[in-house]
Design a binder for this molecule. Sequence first.
Ligand code: ADP
Ligand code: MG
Length: 209
Amino acid sequence: MALLEVENVSKEYRIPGQPPIKVLDGVSFCVDAGERVAITGRSGAGKTTLLNILGGLDRPTSGKVKCTKDVGFVFQSFRLMPELTVLENVLLPSMAGVEGSRVAKAPERAKMLLEKVGLADRAEHLPAELSGGEQQRVALARALMCEPEIIFADEPTGNLDAMTGADILDLLMGFGGKPFALVMVTHSAEAASRCDRTLHLDAGCIASD
Ligand SMILES: Nc1ncnc2c1ncn2[C@@H]1O[C@H](COP(=O)(O)OP(=O)(O)O)[C@@H](O)[C@H]1O
Ligand SMILES: [Mg+2]
């Protein structure tokens, strides 16, 4: 059964006084539970726009996205809260809305996740005291906090050197525990090759699947 159904999604950006920019033009696909999907395409192809729409961070101009509510996000630029400690950053999703109230023993889970990403000893540090790779590991723990069924990752290794990026990818691919589907925007052929499928975006459409 599909976890995510994308039906004929189009997106136009409208800037007053200018012609609309059509970024996505009738994109349709499904993602099954546990499936790993890479999204590729040149810069400006609409990958981030698509991922944000899939994850409910943005709305399509037309078309539909049917998705489970349990999602996690990993961004290229980490996007940790600078004033919160590492542990507080991981705990943050568990404090928000209905999702969070369903997480039993949130502090224990956050500490377990930090241990799994190898940062148990950095729990009380601030993000600025961590390297980029370490910050992305915190972001990964945060994304997994509410036990999502699907993780959206937008170039999760794009700001990291090759070796650190490979470590993050290994973590993402081999996390263990409750399985999750992964939809990952990437420019890395190696990362794409580790997914079950690659969707290539070109001119607003899926050029190959
Ligand atoms: N908020 C916005 N307003 C207007 N244009 C946008 C906005 N966000 C993205 N775009 C444009 O949409 C296109 C696709 O952007 P994006 O989805 O970020 O591409 P990618 O992630 O593939 O590099 C680009 O041409 C970009 O300039
Ligand atoms: Mg992008």
